[in-house]
Design a protein around this ligand. Sequence first.
Ligand SMILES: [Zn+2]
Length: 300
Amino acid sequence: MSLKSLLIYLPAVMLCMGCQYTLSAQTNPDGKLRIIAFGAHPDDAELKAGGVATMWAAQGHKVKFVAMTNGDIGHFKEAGAPLANRRRAEVAECARIFGIETEVLDIHDGELMPTMENRRKVADLIRDWQADIVLCHRPYDYHPDHRYTGELVQDAAVVVVAPFFSTNTDPTKKNPVFMFYSDGFKKPYPFDPAIVVDIGSVAENKWDCIGAMPSQFADEHSWQASYRADIPKDPEGRKARILELVQRSNEAVADQYRDKLIELYGEEKGKSVKYAEAFELCQYGTQLSVEQLKALFPGF
Ligand SMILES: [Zn+2]
């Protein structure tokens, strides 16, 4: 099949698979979902999807986080291989806490580009994982690594099912559901969640992961400590303050999308959710209704 004919063919596949997705997801050989989440740096997927990943993993679903870059310049005192090695170890500890797998690509922080080589890498990772659900940044972020991660995943969306796109991996058996992490950017349009997940039951796992990433969230010269003027100088105060900021950002997601939480969980529970993670449905890949998404996400 030529790429051109594949492009013509895909919308029909998407329509068809959209209506049957819940059924087909349950017919994976092991009866479990496979989820892959791309972050630009070794902390992004952890921050945006650590809670939902823990919940999926607890149900026996298979989750993998991929950092597209190695984070080797995101610190105010150290850089290069020693920093990349620290960060690889930090996300490995988060993966242990969450019960998931993790991989950090060896691309320099700040240098990710939407090249053909990287599109192949992303497509191969999705195909190799045989992903049912793919998570990534929206392509409208201030950081080019975040933007290009979103672009690369979207560019891979059209070829993950193509038999002859890659000789390294088999095509995915199904067209995955692609979803974006929440963000605060307003242009060209604000984040528009399709699903908002109550992560309260696993919030401690997420905070433990934040505590396991001192190069990002606790060092005197870590990214968070150095670029924010409101971070205390003493180690314990600094660590507590940064954790509080992360907790508040998860509270803010719940508060900002409270109407959606009430719609999804009902009035009583929707109003009581404290910490949440939210995901927008990408227009590429399988398209699902809210009810179909609730069947795939944990906690509904
Ligand atoms: Zn990042």
